[in-house]
Design a protein around this ligand. Structure first.
Ligand SMILES: CCCCCCCCCCCCCC(=O)SCCNC(=O)CCNC(=O)[C@H](O)C(C)(C)COP(=O)(O)OP(=O)(O)OC[C@H]1O[C@@H](n2cnc3c(N)ncnc32)[C@H](O)[C@@H]1OP(=O)(O)O
Length: 220
């Protein structure tokens, strides 16, 4: 049996949650956010460490114990989070989303916010997201753009799934550099939402995406 003892707001009536457990981002405990951030740093430390084997073995045992401690109370798969955007509107997504999820230490925490054109985020990536030396992995570039175009479609129309995603890699996307990610809706035809997005580093476009999102309705 799993028990969730965290003091979070349950709001099952938002149709964008598809009947799944939904919490408001602002009600997540500060302690959880701190833990996520510390583990994010831990992943980077593990990925890059050259310490001696005794330290490695001790650390592995410690981490195993911590994992067991946390696993006594797990969220339901698909649990959702609702975040408030700068203009007061809200966005709903899975709480462990690999790009944006508040509780996911592996996520780069790409927090998109509303602009006049669509959505925008800024993020700086470290070697956890490395593909070629010093550069962001192409799959991660696609993942961030998928998130950005999927989210703008959800915010400006209603939630949907990516049917098609096309990426043009224009220039290498550097690590340890602020990246600006933007997305916007180009047109809507019934359930089909045609969207686009881009990533810029130092003001120069490094990648561009076009995508087709298909809006889905909650059952019942
Ligand atoms: C569940 C929602 C969660 C919400 C979370 C919100 C946060 C968002 C952030 C998340 C961001 C991350 C996002 C992710 O990671 S989403 C995860 C990755 N995507 C998927 O897993 C989707 C898999 N595919 C499907 O489930 C189905 O194919 C879908 C649902 C997409 C459509 O199957 P459905 O049976 O419903 O519809 P339909 O087949 O009648 O097609 C409808 C229309 O679309 C046209 N068409 C279809 N495919 C293509 C194509 N490839 N190119 C061009 N056109 C295409 C088709 O011809 C038709 O046109 P028309 O004949 O009407 O003119």
């Amino acid at each position: 049996m799993t028990v969730n003892t965290q003091p979070v707001t349950e709001s099952p009536d938002d149709p964008r949650a598809f009947g799944l457990p939904l919490v408001d981002a602002h009600s997540l405990p500060a302690e959880l956010r701190t833990l996520v951030s510390r583990v994010h740093d831990l992943v980077d430390a593990v990925a890059n460490t050259e310490v001696d084997t005794d330290t490695l073995a001790e650390t592995a045992a410690t981490v195993e114990g911590l994992t067991d401690r946390l696993n006594v109370a797990r969220r339901q798969i698909g649990a959702m989070v609702r975040r408030e955007l700068g203009d007061g509107t809200t966005m709903v997504g899975t709480i462990t989303n690999i790009v944006e999820g508040e509780t996911n230490p592996a996520a780069p925490q790409l927090f998109l916010d509303r602009t006049d054109e669509g959505l925008r985020a800024e993020v700086t990536l470290n070697t956890i997201y490395q593909g070629p030396p010093g550069l962001v992995h192409g799959g991660w570039i696609a993942a961030m753009l998928d998130q950005a175009v999927g989210s703008v479609s959800a915010v400006e129309t209603s939630p949907g799934l990516t049917a098609n995603l096309e990426i043009d890699y224009r220039r290498p996307t550097p690590l340890f550099t602020p990246l600006e990610i933007t997305s916007w809706v180009e047109r809507v035809e019934g359930r089909k939402v045609f969207v686009a997005g881009r990533i810029r580093a130092h003001g120069q476009v490094t990648a561009e995406a076009t995508a087709l999102m298909i809006r889905v309705e909650a059952d019942g």
